[in-house]
Design a protein around this ligand. Structure first.
Ligand SMILES: Cc1cc2nc3c(=O)[nH]c(=O)nc-3n(C[C@H](O)[C@H](O)[C@H](O)COP(=O)(O)OP(=O)(O)OC[C@H]3O[C@@H](n4cnc5c(N)ncnc54)[C@H](O)[C@@H]3O)c2cc1C
Length: 516
């Protein structure tokens, strides 16, 4: 078993999956895509691999074979760096993050998931319904009236729709544009379609209904071209079999969305489709998105699947940006490598530090003294705070320590140092708002992070030497330094041209009181 980490993992291989992959890859989210291996008996590439000409996908004025179209989708995903595995995801674990997806040979730990596993149009099986020799699948028999209805072989010919629901009514109505006549064959004595849909279909003069009917055989036409010529229809009540001339047969008996592998971990509707928040691709699990036919029982077209694939990639991208900031808010950034944080020279404007999860999510780090010497803090756990408490403990007194010039510690027995206030108020990894104690500010860049990585041992030893420095400091010097630092702080507050925040105002007044 191999384990991979991915920002985005996409499951599926139709237009939805590949559009999501193209967008995610171009957004540098380096997606992993599982295209499945005969998942739900469909080849990688999805439903379009089961059809011949696709005439309604924009960009192909002369039409394109379904199989060629999906090959182009795949090539485009790969071109932008999507990593494609021809494996079926058979298990997921969305109970905690990172999400886990399992195939027979690998596991992916993903921050976001896009489910685009499509749906399978249900088909009936009887002699002549198949794809091989003697079968008329794609040669008169189809499962998509909207996709295939306009084909020349159906023009002005008798057509048949099998089904009794809304889709059957809608598809029959649609086919009346092309066929000379449309029969709806249903095996029960009444339809389950809504009254309005039934009314619309049954009032169409080109539609004729055959109830209690079941197609038992399809046969070819007299031309010998191997296209559909007619059907044998059995009356399920009296068993009589009649002949019906038809050049087209369309199954409208529903679709089976490919959601079993989700094992109920995402909300599904009563027909098994993934429920998405209207206008988005968000599912009931934050960070899991759904696109294409797996969440769409209305449009079910390649171009709509592609459209929602695009939406899912954009939704995932926004989500990743958001969790970046949430993790900062919650201080949950997982990063063992220390960041190096530099003081700002001006010390008046807070600068931003980027965390590791999302470089677009800024956080602000405050220092307690002015210095041009770098010092290190850990991202993630509030290491500044832990340095302080470590220091206070070793000191054996209630005195608190602060980061002093040059990155050494000093202690103060009377008032809380600014760094302590800031560190306690905003432990590293917690975003602070601009304006809260702007006197001392630190800055880091990703390049600096990389350039100044230190090991834990080095950090420990730095800490120890800082502690020793601390002990060596003369109490009076410390008080003096502290006073100076507070004067500087007051000066910077008094020097600010913009209106002070409430906290700054309080701090300023407190400092003035102390000075007086
Ligand atoms: C016969 C037919 C003809 C059609 N003709 C047209 C047409 O001319 N024009 C048009 O616009 N639309 C047409 N459609 C509809 C169109 O094919 C679908 O709307 C579209 O393919 C849906 O795309 P999708 O990305 O949602 O998923 P799908 O195309 O359904 O692909 C999903 C893929 O995910 C894979 N998968 C499933 N489960 C897993 C798993 N657990 N792990 C990994 N992979 C998995 C499946 O194997 C499948 O390959 C036709 C459909 C059919 C059936």
């Amino acid at each position: 078993m191999e384990t991979h980490k991915a920002k985005v993992c996409i499951v599926g291989s139709g237009p939805a999956a590949h559009t999501a992959a193209i967008y995610a890859a171009r957004a540098e989210l380096t997606p992993i895509l599982f295209e499945g291996w005969m998942a739900n008996d469909i080849a990688p590439g999805g439903q379009l691999t089961t059809t011949t000409d696709v005439e309604n996908f924009p960009g192909f004025p002369d039409g394109i074979l379904g199989i060629d179209l999906v090959a182009k989708f795949r090539k485009q995903s790969e071109r932008f760096g999507a990593k494609i595995f021809t494996e079926t995801v058979n298990k997921v674990d969305f109970s905690s993050k990172p999400f886990k997806l399992f195939t027979n040979t690998r596991t992916v730990l993903a921050e976001a998931v896009i489910v685009s596993t499509g749906a399978v149009a249900k088909r009936l099986s009887f002699p002549g319904s198949g794809e091989g020799a003697g079968g008329f699948w794609n040669r008169g028999i189809s499962a998509c009236a909207v996709c295939d209805g306009a084909a020349p072989i159906f023009r002005d010919k008798p057509l048949v729709v099998i089904g009794g629901g809304d889709s059957a009514m809608e598809e029959a109505n649609f086919l009346t544009r092309y066929g000379s006549k449309v029969y709806i064959i249903h095996r029960r004595d009444k339809f389950r379609a809504s009254k309005i849909m039934q009314k619309r279909a049954l009032s169409n003069p080109k539609i004729e209904v055959i109830l209690n009917g079941s197609v038992v055989e399809a046969y070819g036409d007299e031309s010998g071209k191997g296209v559909l010529g007619g059907l044998k229809v059995k009356n399920v009540v009296n068993g009589a079999v009649s002949d019906l001339k038809a050049s087209g047969l369309f199954f409208a008996i529903g679709h089976e969305p490919a959601t079993k592998f989700l094992d109920g971990q995402v909300e599904l509707d009563e027909d098994g489709y993934v429920v998405t928040k209207p206008g988005t691709t968000k599912t009931s699990v934050a960070g899991v998105f759904a696109a294409g036919d797996v969440q769409d029982k209305k449009y079910r077209q390649a171009v709509t699947a592609a459209g929602t694939g695009c939406m899912a990639a954009l939704d995932a991208e926004h989500y990743l940006q958001e969790i970046g900031s949430q993790e900062v808010e919650l201080g949950q950034v997982v990063r063992a490598t220390p960041l190096t944080v530099y003081n700002e020279v001006s010390r008046s404007t807070p600068v931003t530090v980027y965390n590791e999860v999302s470089t677009s999510t800024p956080l602000t780090v405050y220092n307690g003294a002015s210095t041009s010497t770098p010092f290190t803090v850990n991202n993630g756990e509030s290491t500044v705070r832990s340095y302080i408490s470590k220091c206070s403990k070793s000191n054996g007194s209630s005195k608190r320590a602060k980061l002093d010039e040059g990155g050494t510690f000093s202690s103060s027995s009377n008032t809380k140092s600014n760094v302590e206030e800031q560190a306690m108020a905003h432990p590293i990894g917690v975003k602070s708002s601009k304006g809260e104690g702007e006197n001392l500010v630190t800055k880091a860049t990703n390049e600096e992070n990389v350039a100044t990585k230190t090991t834990n041992d080095e950090r420990e030893s730095n800490s120890r030497s800082r502690l020793e420095n601390l002990w060596a400091l003369n109490e009076r010097d410390i008080a003096e330094r502290n006073k100076l630092s507070r004067i500087e702080l007051l000066r910077s507050l008094l020097g600010k041209t913009e209106k002070l925040s409430e906290k700054e105002e309080t701090l300023k007044n407190k400092l003035i009181d102390e000075m007086l």
